[in-house]
Structures are given as structure tokens and as C-alpha cells.
Design a protein around this ligand. Structure first.
Ligand SMILES: [Cu+2]
Length: 139
């Protein structure tokens, strides 16, 4: 009885935080590999392999961006950002100009990773809320 009450409480917290505790932290969404809450990527760190395509899915009700830090991806890697901009600066400028690159609720964005290494990316409007993620590509 006590255990049931505890599990129910955890389930409530999980729903409130949009975190699915049942799948162990990767591929939580049918629509994509990495989901989003109001202010974070789910999961914040995602592992994949060279040649694999990763899909982000905006599972929240807010608009977000997926924008690589161009100085925090491997040297040989292709830059990626919603809106298909060529650099972090260009993406930031477009966001401030006309919310360029916005990923609305339910939208998806995909990128294929061809170079092994660590890729840091963020959401432009929620950077100061700590909305930063990492994709680790194993060679
Ligand atoms: Cu965001």
C-alpha cells in the first residue's frame, strides 16, 4: 500500500514534468528521438552512431529552436539548426528578426550525423533557462 502511493506520486511528477520514466532516457517519443519540455530537451544527452539520423520532436506547447553551437561541434562536422542556417550567429539573428527557425508544438527537425564526437546545441529563446542539449556520436 505504501509502495503504491509512492509510485502514484512519482507518476504524477513524471506527467507534470513531461518526463517519461519508463523508457530509460532515450527515444522517449514515437515521433522522434529527442523531445522537449517547456525549458529542456528530453533527454539532455542523447547517444547515437555515425550515419544515424536524429529527430527532435517538439513535445511541448512552446516554440523552441534546435541550434548547434558552431564552436562546440567536431571540426569536420556539418553545422545544424532549425531553419537551415549556416552558423549560430545567423540563426540568432534570424530568431530575433522574425523568430526564424522556430519549431512549433508538434513539429520535428532531423539531422544526420556523419562525424563522431560531441555536439552541443541549444534553444535560442530558452538559453538562459538552461535549454542546452548534447548529442554524442560514436564512431
Ligand atoms: Cu526553447
Amino acid at each position: 500500500m505504501h509502495r503504491r502511493a509512492f509510485v502514484a506520486a512519482i507518476a504524477t511528477v513524471a506527467v507534470a514534468g513531461c518526463v517519461d520514466l519508463t523508457t530509460g532516457g532515450s527515444s522517449d517519443f514515437e515521433e522522434g528521438n529527442i523531445g522537449m519540455s517547456a525549458h529542456s530537451f528530453l533527454p539532455e544527452e542523447y547517444h547515437t552512431e555515425v550515419g544515424e539520423t536524429v529527430t527532435w520532436y517538439n513535445s511541448s506547447s512552446r516554440a523552441h529552436t534546435v541550434t548547434a553551437f558552431d564552436n562546440q561541434i567536431p571540426d569536420e562536422a556539418e553545422f545544424f539548426a532549425t531553419g537551415d542556417y549556416d552558423s549560430t550567429d545567423e540563426a540568432v539573428e534570424a530568431w530575433h528578426d522574425h523568430t526564424g527557425g522556430r519549431l512549433d508544438a508538434g513539429d520535428t527537425f532531423s539531422h544526420t550525423f556523419e562525424v563522431p564526437g560531441s555536439y552541443r546545441y541549444y534553444c535560442i529563446p530558452h538559453l538562459y533557462g538552461g535549454m542546452i542539449g548534447t548529442v554524442i556520436v560514436d564512431g
